[in-house]
Design a protein around this ligand. Structure first.
Ligand code: SAM
Length: 227
């Protein structure tokens, strides 16, 4: 299927989506429980391990690198052209690893990592591309360490009086990979169904067209001990 995230569109992504990215990524960073991450690092005497799935050009990882300068950073994306920019952005960063991979409903979300590998997993502006989001979230939960957190953000499906149907039709024409956008309530349910404890959830106001939401979920030991 044709991807929006290749060639010229990938190269101009940061500029084309500048304001949108500033707002959504700022809300994502604000939702991260940095204190608990610092506690993990201190109590376990090791570097934090952070994974940004569908990392695109690496803009969120750049912000995380500033706030968690000692962390080992991992990014993955399905698009080689988006990843190329992320790799370039982090060319001088010693503890950064990028992989081209696709999120799927397979074990560990189809990703090449061991269970309990990451203290923080982020996913921004990509849930609407997943055909089995519950299974992907379940797989990502398995990649979290016992104190780990998953912070997920996306744009929201809007209701009346916003003309969502024609808007969505347009979105799908521009980006054929689009599957479905979720309300905050639907996304929270998806996270809970996937076995995450939802500890924070809020709406984001982006601009006149786009609204969004951000959710922080925690690893649920009960789910993981029973599987
Ligand atoms: C709107 S961009 C967001 C990029 C970045 N997360 C951000 O917020 O700046 C969506 C990204 O999701 C990636 N993507 C879409 N479906 C994916 C999948 N199944 N697995 C991995 N990446 C995917 C695309 O290649 C693209 O880079």
């Amino acid at each position: 299927m044709a991807s929006y995230y290749s060639g010229k569109r990938a190269v101009s992504y940061n500029q084309s989506w500048k304001t949108f990215s500033q707002k959504t990524l700022a809300a994502t960073v604000a939702a991260i429980d940095l204190t608990s991450l610092q506690d993990i690092s201190q109590m376990q005497g090791r570097q934090l391990r952070v994974l940004d799935v569908a990392c695109g050009t690496g803009m969120l990882l750049a912000q995380l690198a500033q706030r968690l300068p000692e962390a080992e950073l991992h990014g993955l994306d399905a698009s080689a052209d988006m990843l190329a920019q992320a790799c370039q952005l982090f060319a001088d960063h010693p503890r950064t690893h990028f992989v081209q991979a696709s999120l799927s409903g397979a074990a560990m979300a189809g990703l090449p990592y061991e269970p309990a590998s990451f203290d923080l997993i982020t996913c921004t502006n990509a849930l609407h591309y997943l055909d089995n989001p519950r299974a992907v979230l379940q797989g990502l939960q398995r990649l979290l360490t016992p104190q780990g957190q998953l912070v997920i953000e996306d744009y929201a499906r809007r209701g009346f009086p916003f003309p969502w149907r024609p808007f969505e039709w347009l979105v799908k024409r521009v980006s054929p990979q689009y599957i479905q956008a979720y309300t905050l309530s639907e996304a929270s349910s998806l996270c809970q169904d996937a076995g995450l404890n939802v500890v924070a959830a809020r709406k984001i106001s982006i601009d006149a067209l786009w609204q969004g939401w951000v959710i922080r979920g925690r690893f649920d030991p009960a789910v993981n001990s029973s599987t």
